[in-house]
Design a protein. Structure first.
Length: 409
């Protein structure tokens, strides 16, 4: 039997940054998983997660509650994270950095000493969560009148940075981005709101295009600062791999952080499916088909998700909204309205952007002729392809290819 040697926890800022930048240099997308239990963290790392975030909302998700429970006075958030993060997550995650979700507005902790305790427990760094940035309206005004503000979270990041701890910052607008960059945040994560999707996801979220617009504004501040932070996106309308790809295509995001997308939604689907299968008796295959049909009848179809998945699989073929509407037995007008509201742009614009980004990827990794590339992404007419490419890329296909050649030579 081969005996494995001891594994050293990744706890220093230098170690974490070295790990993340090596991934970026190999053109990998960084993935952070907000986990509320050891089993979630353990298998997220096996799946390739670069960062594990121990957040109190993750713990509430494990209780069957929504992530917003992490903002209610049900428990002391810092004590909760210290408890399950130390006992469950740090005990099983040995080869990925674990980030502590710190409530920086907690008046019962003395930050310098508490940050030392966090580092001493084995956490690699902190992130501002739960955050006042998720609260608005009269309640936000009342909090700020009491001195409970986002700037306290900025101060927590600043103190941690001065202690050479790795720091991540959830930001919601350009102004907060400036504050966090000045405080020394290593990662700027554009927070796009409560995650949509699944059985407990919010039904009200920014459209994908609106989310991309917010992220672009935040990342523009990062780029102009000269500090070169790592740029990630989180939450809101981004809850499937296709949504994440949309963000990569339309922003300068270097990766994605998810909680419900990795922990709640897959668990919902897997447990419902497994229970249905165990419930079935008699002829297994027939029962499986029956339960699948019953599941489809009980749960309304996510029409927009179907359209996005169909485009991802068939972008090289002719696709029309009318055809897709017929496939799922809804009116074209209804499907188009749903799509526009959730994605934030028309279907023709979405598929055009998708195809052009695919063309750009092919140009980066092959020397195929531009005419052949046009055909591969669904444009048999090269003139049409060239006009569409210039509209969305800002350059002609020839100019873009030359630009990429100059960039990497």
């Amino acid at each position: 039997m081969k005996i494995r040697g001891p594994i050293t926890l990744i706890t220093t800022r230098e170690q974490v940054l070295d790990r993340l930048y090596r991934g970026i240099q190999t053109q990998e997308r960084l993935i952070g998983v907000a986990a509320g239990a050891g089993i979630s963290a353990k298998y997220a790392v096996k799946g390739g997660a670069d960062l594990i975030l121990a957040l109190n909302s993750g713990r509430f998700r494990q209780m069957g509650l929504g992530s917003l429970a992490g903002f209610m006075p049900y428990a002391n958030c810092n004590e909760m994270v210290m408890d399950f993060g130390s006992r469950e997550i740090l005990s099983v995650v040995r080869d990925a950095p674990v980030i502590f979700g710190l409530c920086g507005t907690d008046p019962t902790v003395q930050l310098p000493g508490y940050l030392d305790a966090i580092r001493g427990s084995g956490f690699a760094g902190i992130i501002n969560y739960p955050t006042v940035g998720m609260i608005d309206g009269q309640f936000r005004e009342a909090l700020e009148e009491e001195g409970i503000t986002y700037l306290q979270e900025v101060e927590a990041i600043r103190i941690a940075h001065e202690r050479d701890m790795f720091t991540m910052a959830f930001v919601f607008n350009p102004e907060q981005t400036t504050w966090m960059l000045d405080a020394g945040a290593d990662i700027i994560c554009a927070h796009l709101g409560v995650t949509a999707g699944g059985m407990m996801g919010t039904s009200k979220a920014w459209s994908l295009e609106k989310g991309a617009e917010i992220a672009r504004e935040i990342f523009a501040v990062c780029d102009d600062s000269g500090k070169q932070p790592i740029k990630l996106v989180y939450g809101g309308p981004v809850h499937t791999p296709i949504d994440v790809q949309y963000m990569y295509d339309n922003t300068s995001a270097m990766g994605y952080v998810g909680g419900s997308s990795f922990e709640r939604t897959p668990t919902e689907e897997a447990i419902v499916d497994a229970t249905h299968r165990f419930k079935a008796t008699g002829h297994l295959e027939q029962d499986r088909q029956l339960m699948d049909k019953l599941t489809q009848l009980d749960e309304p179809m996510d029409y927009v998700a179907f359209v996005k998945e169909y485009v991802a699989e068939h972008y090289a073929d002719p696709i029309s909204m009318t055809e897709l509407a017929e496939r799922i037995h809804v009116s074209r007008t209804h499907l188009s309205a749903l799509f526009n509201r959730e994605v934030g742009c028309s279907f023709p614009e979405y598929i055009a952007k998708y195809r052009i980004h695919k063309a750009q990827d092919i140009m980066k990794h092959s020397k195929l002729s531009l005419g052949r590339i046009a055909e591969l992404v669904g444009y048999p007419d090269y003139v049409h392809f060239s006009k569409t490419f210039k509209k969305y890329a800002g350059l002609s296909p020839q100019a873009y290819r030359q630009h990429m050649k100059d960039k990497y030579t």
